[in-house]
Every structure is written in C-alpha cells, then in structure tokens.
Design a protein around this ligand. Structure first.
Ligand code: ATP
Ligand code: MG
Length: 442
C-alpha cells in the first residue's frame, strides 16, 4: 500500500529489462515482507530509453534488516539509511524510505528519519523527473508530475523551488547538469529561484561543485551549461576568473567574449581534460594560469597537468612542421596528442579560419604516419643513453643533458640518425671540434 494517496499510474517500465542482479534484490526484499522500489535516476532513464548508470532501490526494510537478507553488503551511509548490496559483481544501493529533517547549512540535512511513505521519500528529491519510483512489476509511481515533465522536456523542482535550493545549493548545478544531459529546459520558476539563491553556491564544497561541473562539461550540451552558469550568476562562485574576464570584456565593449569559448566547447570531443582546456584556454592574460584554478577546485594532479599543457599548446597555436609535431608529441606523450588536435580543430572551427580544420586534419595524418614509422620522439627513444656517453668521458649533469638534447634535435630532424654508432660519432666529432653543422646544433 502506498500511503499519502494513490499516484498516477500510466506508462510502466519493462521489468524484463532489469538486470537479473537488481530483480533478485527486489524479489528477496518483497518475499521477506518488505516493500521495495526502484527510485530516482534509474526510473527516469528507463522511461527515456537511456541505459541507467546505476540502480537505486528504496525499501521499507531498515539497514539492519537489509544486512540480514544479503550476505555481501557494505555500510555505505548507514546512518542515512543506505546499504550497498553486492550481487554477482554489481553494487546496488538500497536505502530505507526516509524523510529529511531541517537543513541548517544549505548542504545536508541535520537529521534523517525513516518513513513508511513512498510519497514522502520522493518529495525530498530534487526534480520531478528524479522523483519517480517503479515497482518490481514495472508499475511507475509518480506523485509530482515527473512523467508529464519528461514528456514535455522540463526540469522542475519538486515543491517550492526557493526552499529546495536553500536546503541544498548544489541542486542549482544539478538543474543545469540535467538540462545539459537531457536537452530539457529548466522551468521558469525553478530558473528564477536559482538566480535569487545564486550566492548560496559559495557554501557548497569544491568537490561537489567539481563533480557537477564535470558532468556538465562532458555532456552533449557543454556550451549551454556554461552559458547558463554565467547567465544565472553562478560563475562568480565557481570560476571567478572566468566571470571577471567576461565582465571586463563586456565593460570594454568587446561584446560577447565568451561566445568564442562556448563555440570551442561545442566543437570539442567529449573528454573532460579537453573540455576543461577549452573552457580555460581563452581566459585573459598570463597572470591567469589554468593550473591554479583547477587546484582550487581540487582536481587531481594528472588532470591539472594535462589541462595546463593543452591550454599552453592551444594558445601557442597550431604547429605544422613534421619536426615540431614530433616535439609536441614527445612532450605531451603521443596518446595525449589526439586531445590537442581535438582542441586545435575545435578552435579552428570556432574561429572560422579558412582552411584551419584541414590543416589540423593534415597534421593528424602526419602524426599517424610518425607513430606508424615509430620515429623517435623523446630522449628515451634515442639509440644512446647516459651510460654510452659516460664511456666517452662525459660527466652526468648539465653537459650530458645538453648533449642528449642536441642528439634528440638531430634525430627529430632526421630519424635515420638514430643509430648508436652515428650518434656516438656525432658526439666525438663535436668533442674534438671537428663537428659539422649538424653536430654543432647542440
Ligand atoms: P545520474 O544518472 O547522474 O546518476 P541520478 O538522478 O541518478 O543521475 P544521483 O546523484 O545518482 O542522480 O542521485 C540519485 C537520486 O537521488 C536522484 O535521482 C534524486 O532523486 C536523488 N538526489 C540526488 N541528489 C540529490 C539532491 N542533492 N537533492 C535531492 N535529491 C537528490
Ligand atoms: Mg544515479
């Protein structure tokens, strides 16, 4: 029985499409006298015909009762009622039906209370499209108009939007995120409430903001998300450098400075490091290193390093010469070179440079040819190493470093040079002062 009045029961989801592991968990809960439902994103995604990312179950069983029924569990957030059940290699979050207490910090509820009411559990969820539940038989429970909003393509807060964003300010970013992932429009009152509450963004942790920003950037509509973040006044609290840069451009009468950035974003492949680089590549001046911004948002070192390099090479402009291409491939690592060409191509397309995209295409073919021929790119690809030079009486340190780099130069120019004897010969000739043009390049 559902307390709180019966809901709309229109279209259902096909229970045969549920993974066996999920169906088993629902079945076992019900066989033991508990109620169990699929809830949230999984129902939304199944109705929209998209593959769900993960399966969340809400149940009348308490965490202790869930633990008794299933042999393999992890206490994910037991005091919030969540236990992760592992079934045949799949982790399924099983959460006791709950209502939430007061929010005093705009981030998380002060207390959680369990409830018997499915409607109450669904009423604390952020948006109507996320407030759906489904039974084991596929029946969909919709108390807040989520089905209608899916059909109409609308992101609408459940209940009073102003109150909902004050409870948890991250929901403002989530609204934008879902809009970018689904192409749905954010409903007018919900949108207006984001504008009104925008300052509360300052209180959300960098990590939570970062995860939503990431989801926006790798979505199908990253440009729309970034435009919304700016237009709604949230950017000041997420990337103030970008907000300032847009503002200064506007005041200087330079028009829509962010328009180009949005275009580049739109044309880049959906990879997080490339999209982050696109977002940051144009922010004014050398006093604004991408790395610092990303550190503040607590990105990991690998991402920061990759984005900073992409931004630097993007700003430096497209390289054309085979030798230069190899130099960049060597520095970035061949596997990251694709990311750079993706960014370069987006930049060329956004700028509308005639023939720009064709240049990048040509460069990609050159890069493929270089990889196919296994041409040396880095010091470690050289046919000689430090030991070989030591045998010639060269001391490790600055001198050896300079010599190795000189050899790499020669080999980037002519891969045929990359033979031990030829390289050692070059070093010897240079040492005895009989070096020719090539050898004196170091
Ligand atoms: P995704 O496909 O990205 O996982 P999702 O809708 O499943 O999207 P989750 O963050 O996994 O999103 O959360 C699962 C469900 O929990 C949501 O569908 C929503 O019902 C609820 N929820 C999550 N975060 C919040 C929040 N900040 N406020 C209210 N409800 C939330
Ligand atoms: Mg989810």
């Amino acid at each position: 029985m559902i307390s709180g009045g019966i809901s709309v029961l229109r279209e259902g989801i096909d229970p045969d499409r549920l993974p066996r592991q999920v169906a088993e968990v629902l079945d076992r809960l019900e066989r033991n006298g508990f109620r169990a439902y699929l809830v949230g994103g999984v129902v939304r995604d199944m109705i929209m015909g998209r593959g769900p990312k993960d399966y969340d179950i809400a149940t009348s069983a308490t965490p202790a009762q869930v633990r008794q029924l299933f042999p393999k569990v992890a206490p994910t957030g037991e005091k919030h009622g969540t236990v992760t059940v592992f079934n045949n290699g799949m982790g399924i979050e099983v959460t006791t039906l709950r209502r939430e207490g007061r929010y005093s910090d705009h981030r998380r509820p002060d207390s959680v209370e369990f409830t018997r009411s499915l409607k109450e559990d669904l009423s604390r969820r952020d948006f109507t499209i996320n407030s759906l539940a489904a039974g084991r038989d596929g029946t969909v429970y919709d108390f807040f108009g989520g089905l209608e909003d899916i059909a109409a393509g609308i992101i609408r807060a459940v209940g009073d939007p102003k109150k909902r964003f004050r409870e948890d300010a991250l929901r403002m970013m989530r609204a934008i995120r879902f809009s970018c992932q689904t192409g749905f429009a954010v409903e007018e009152r919900t949108l207006e409430s984001i504008r009104v509450n925008r300052r509360l963004m300052a209180r959300v942790s960098a990590e939570r903001v970062r995860e939503e920003l990431n989801a926006i950037l790798v979505s199908g509509l990253p440009h729309r998300g970034v435009a919304m973040i700016c237009d709604l006044g949230l950017m000041d609290f997420i990337l103030p450098e970008l907000a300032d840069w847009v503002q200064v451009g506007r005041e200087a009468g330079r028009g829509d400075v962010i328009g180009h950035t949005l275009d580049v974003l739109r044309y880049t492949p959906a990879r997080l490091n490339v999209r982050l680089a696109a977002l940051l590549h144009d922010i004014g001046g050398p006093g604004c290193p991408a790395a610092e911004i990303l550190e503040r948002l607590k990105y990991d070192r690998r991402t920061i390093k990759s984005v900073a390099a992409l931004v630097a090479y993007c700003r430096a402009g497209i390289v054309r010469e085979r030798k230069e291409i190899k130099r960049v491939m060597g520095r970035l690592g061949p596997e990251h070179f694709n990311d750079l060409t993706g960014l370069w191509r987006a930049e060329a397309r956004a700028s509308g440079t005639p023939g720009g995209e064709a240049v990048v295409e040509g460069l990609k073919r050159t890069a493929e040819d270089i990889l196919e021929k296994k041409e040396p790119l880095r010091l470690k690809d050289l046919a000689v190493n430090g030991h070989d030079l030591k045998a010639l009486g060269i001391r490790p340190g600055r001198e050896m470093g300079a010599i190795l780099n000189g050899l790499l130069e020669a080999v980037l120019e002519d891969p045929g040079m990359n033979e031990k004897n030829r390289l050692l010969d070059l070093v010897r000739r240079r040492k005895t002062g009989t070096g020719d043009q090539e050898a004196t390049s170091y």
